[in-house]
Design a protein around this ligand. Structure first.
Ligand code: ASP
Length: 345
């Protein structure tokens, strides 16, 4: 056999091998799992509260705003938007409402300022963006997204973040935009009641996790932080792996609750790690982190999550967590306290 012929034979062999590999992949059995077309889950904060302390009218306002947020996310997904687009749209609605502790309705620090934190993460490529301690960005979640997409960095804080947001054309506002009488009175009450300075975990932080039709997960969290926090304090919400996490191989998560404990537990990433390394499902992993690990160290918290097949979970160790979800072809479902915890199953 001359060299030319043997080269041709070799090429033919390689071609046949490549073909057999391709067809091998095609004939791989499909996984026996029903995947959701899309799924959206949101929270409006966890806390130890009684619905008896919230007027019926106020409860309806909360429910309607949460529903509006879910429907905004659905609209984005229906018009071919991505999971990230939907997370931003859902959270923007809640940030613009004075009802929630994020954006417009942010709580006050001990010094009487409003300082907001937010993060957003794309489970498709693990890109992430965050802003911390911002005072002028009208929608901190959009600031976080801009950091992810328009800067070389992952997190910007304070003045630098506010200036960056303005430079990329985001809405920035004067600090009195974030003044709401309700939050101011809340701070006055906390200051009156407390001899020593303590943090006050008012429900109201907002978060969202979305699973889109391409199987991409995204998660975001936005907050005014803990009421009566020290000037300059940064919580879990802008920290990747603590307040938010998303990875298409495991899950998307958004946390709410006492940030210092959520940070110590690296809670959102811990859930994903239990799924990846211990093969737990989303419910088991969230239960372990929220009802066992966080509970043990005294961390009041709750989280929402979606796994890589679009399954939703909402778990908290407080008396309530404002929350809701929407699945393809279904009506939004909203819950405020611990009732109906398993209805989404
Ligand atoms: N986790 C937020 C923080 O510690 C507060 C909350 O979710 O209520 O800043």
């Amino acid at each position: 056999m001359n060299i030319k012929v043997s080269k041709i034979l070799l090429l033919l062999l390689m071609f046949a091998f490549a073909l057999s590999n391709c067809s091998g992949q095609k004939s791989k059995k499909p996984e026996n799992i029903t995947k959701s077309e899309y799924a959206i889950v949101i929270h409006g904060g966890a806390g130890n509260f009684s619905l008896d302390d919230i007027s019926k009218e106020r409860q309806i306002e909360y429910q309607e705003k949460l529903k509006e947020s879910l429907l905004a996310g659905k609209k984005v997904l229906k018009s071919n938007g991505s999971a990230i687009d939907a997370v931003e749209a859902c959270i923007n609605i809640l940030e613009d409402s004075p009802l929630f502790n994020a954006g417009k309705g942010s709580v006050f620090t001990h010094s009487g300022t409003n300082e907001m934190d937010a993060s957003i993460m794309n489970g498709n490529n693990r890109n992430v963006g965050a802003v911390a301690g911002v005072k002028h960005i009208k929608n901190p979640i959009s600031g976080a997204r801009a950091v992810m997409e328009k800067s070389k960095h992952v997190m910007l804080s304070g003045d630098g973040a506010d200036r960056f947001a303005a430079s990329v054309g985001l809405d920035t506002v004067a600090i009195d935009y974030f003044y709401t009488e309700r939050r101011w009175q809340q701070l006055q009450q906390i200051l009156k009641k407390e001899k020593q300075q303590g943090l006050n975990s008012k429900k109201g932080t907002v978060g969202c996790v979305v699973y889109d039709k391409n199987g991409n997960l995204a998660a975001g969290t936005s907050t005014g932080g803990m009421g009566n926090k020290m000037y300059g304090r940064i919580g879990d919400s802008p920290i990747v792996g603590c307040g938010s996490f998303a990875d298409n191989n495991t899950c998307g998560i958004s946390f709410t609750g006492h940030g210092e404990y959520i940070i110590r537990m690296v809670a959102a990433h811990d859930i994903a790690a239990l799924m990846e390394y211990k093969n737990m499902d989303l419910k088991a992993a969230m239960t372990e982190v929220i009802l066992n690990k966080l509970k043990k160290i005294g961390g009041d918290a709750g989280a929402i999550g979606i796994d890589k097949n679009g399954n939703i979970e909402m778990i908290f160790n407080t008396t309530g967590m404002f929350r809701g979800f929407l699945k393809a072809g279904k009506e939004p479902e909203i819950f405020l306290d611990s009732s109906n915890t398993n209805r989404f199953k």
